[in-house]
Write a protein that binds this ligand. Structure first.
Ligand code: 5AD
Ligand code: SF4
Length: 480
């Protein structure tokens, strides 16, 4: 129990959510306003997000709450409140956070009133929290993945107690709806459809830090998407660690395919994406629904992890090399224009040269538009961490380079296959390198640069793909 809770003398705190959080948002807003008057300027907040789309979506919620409190949001880490939303899927991600915390400590020395916060997956690991409490005393607030919605209550706790405020919840939390949220893009948005994961792939820390799988009610999801559509959103990305098992644990089970069909009916939404699919749960029904849909994008992210049946079994993935190849075959037969992308881990304990050759074989056979390749990282507490046959570092590195070469060559070739076609492109932003260009995405997620200005942003327009540059196209607007 936190000291602030024990000493709480407020008697009007609502007991139910989200009212309780709106109460604390107001309380924080008063304190922030007082500080503004003292300093004679607005207070700023900066959220740095590490890791996956789930974290990006959580950061939108955190941003929404901070804005309600009255902070101005900035990209600069010289802000009055800096919050790191962390990832812990590979050990490197943790090193990065500690490195940056050291840098923040320097900034805080010159601005003692600055608040520093850390949240997200890394904070669901007890050892990391211990380390922060012991060696990073200048950190002000620490909270986990289940407490995102409680940001205002946590900040209030810190401001009123004057001490580091830590709030971590173990296991799976109840889903709290209707908390403020700010979208990064006005025309597209992530939508969580489920939280957590039950798969326990033997290398993966996610089930331990994100808790058990829990699906949101379809009515809540549909209401959120209808609201987004009426705000002008045209593209949504449905988010979950394993969207194919959506709905199985609901009181009245609803399949993912059924959910997609209901979303398809929502007027204004023109594109539907989803991530991530586990091959073992991808149903024929889903392939059929995708094939017949006008809105579901022609892109599937289908993590392979390894092409060796032996390694897949040690990874607890519950499919074989042949299962995966059959599935990909079925998908491509139904939708020949689809783009497949994947995740692959190199150097899983016990991986032999023969196992690795199986991975190369699958990559060659499938032809991925993009593959995210990772060197196996040992995560304490996962079953794979206790496996003995760790592969020597130099061998892993050598395999990794070979895989990367194959993947890059293949995807560059594939990415040129639509040259000369006219396709719909959602224009997303001004090109970072050349302000005379705008950048957009095709249904299959390929990137296209075209001549144009900010007035095109948020529109889905027909574009001729003039030439392929390997990982992107140069195109031109086709007048209708
Ligand atoms: N080491 C390396 N890569 C990992 N991933 C998950 N856990 C690990 C690990 N311990 C990769 C998987 C997953 C992606 C999000 O991260 O490929 O699909
Ligand atoms: Fe991790 Fe496997 Fe769950 Fe994906 S499906 S989050 S890799 S345990």
């Amino acid at each position: 129990m936190n000291e602030f809770n024990e000493n709480m003398i407020e008697i009007n705190i609502p007991a139910t959510e989200p009212d309780r959080q709106y109460f604390f948002i107001e309380k924080c807003a008063d304190l922030v306003h007082e500080k503004e008057l003292k300093l004679g300027r607005k207070l700023s907040a900066c959220i740095k997000t590490f890791g996956c789309q789930m974290n990006s979506r959580d950061s939108e919620k955190l941003t929404g709450i901070l804005k309600e409190i009255g902070y101005e949001i900035t990209e600069k880490e010289e802000a009055d409140f800096v919050l790191y939303n962390t990832c812990t899927v590979r050990e490197n991600a943790n090193f990065k956070v500690y490195g940056r915390l050291g840098y923040l400590q320097g900034i805080k020395k010159d601005n003692p009133h600055m608040l520093i916060g850390i949240c997200g997956c890394m904070m669901q690991e007890p050892d990391e929290v211990k380390k922060i409490k012991k060696s990073y005393r200048f950190v002000d607030v620490v909270f986990g993945t289940h407490n995102i919605f409680k940001l205002a209550e946590i900040v209030y706790g810190r401001l009123t107690s004057g001490k580091m405020y830590v709030e971590i919840q173990e296991g799976t939390a109840d889903i709290v709806e209707d908390i403020p949220s700010t979208r990064k893009y006005p025309f597209k948005s992530g939508v969580n459809i489920m939280y957590g994961c039950n798969n326990f792939c033997s290398y993966c820390i996610v089930p331990y830090v994100r808790g058990r799988e829990k699906s949101r009610n379809p009515q809540d999801i549909l209401a959120e998407i209808r609201q987004l559509a009426s705000d002008g959103v045209v593209e949504i990305m449905l988010l979950g660690q394993n969207v194919n098992s959506y709905g199985t644990n609901l009181e009245t089970p609803v399949s993912f395919s059924r959910l997609l069909q209901m979303i398809e009916e929502i007027e204004g939404i023109q594109r539907i994406r989803f991530m991530t699919s586990h091959p073992k749960d991808l149903s024929d029904e889903l392939i059929e629904v995708m094939k017949n849909s006008r809105k579901i994008c022609r892109h599937l992210h289908l993590p392979l992890q390894s092409g060796s049946t032996n390694i897949l079994s040690r990874m607890n993935r519950r499919y074989t090399k042949e299962d995966y190849l059959n599935l990909a075959g079925k998908i491509k037969d139904a939708m020949p224009e689809i783009s497949l992308t994947t995740d692959i881990i190199v150097g899983f304990p016990g991986e032999t040269e023969q196992d690795f050759a199986e991975t190369l074989d699958v990559v060659g056979k499938i032809g991925y538009d993009a593959a995210f390749t990772f060197i196996y990282s040992k995560r304490t507490g996962t079953p794979a961490a206790a496996m003995e046959e760790q592969v020597p570092e130099n061998e892993v590195k050598e395999r990794f380079d070979r895989l990367l070469k194959l993947v890059q060559g293949g995807s560059a070739r594939l990415n040129s296959r639509f040259t000369g076609h006219v396709v719909d492109v959602l224009i997303e932003e001004i090109n970072e390198q050349n302000p005379e260009l705008v950048t957009g995405r095709m249904s299959n997620n390929s990137v296209v640069h075209i001549k144009g200005g900010a007035d095109l942003i948020g529109k889905i327009l027909p574009v001729r793909l003039d030439c392929s540059k390997g990982f992107y196209y140069l195109g031109s607007l086709v007048s209708e």
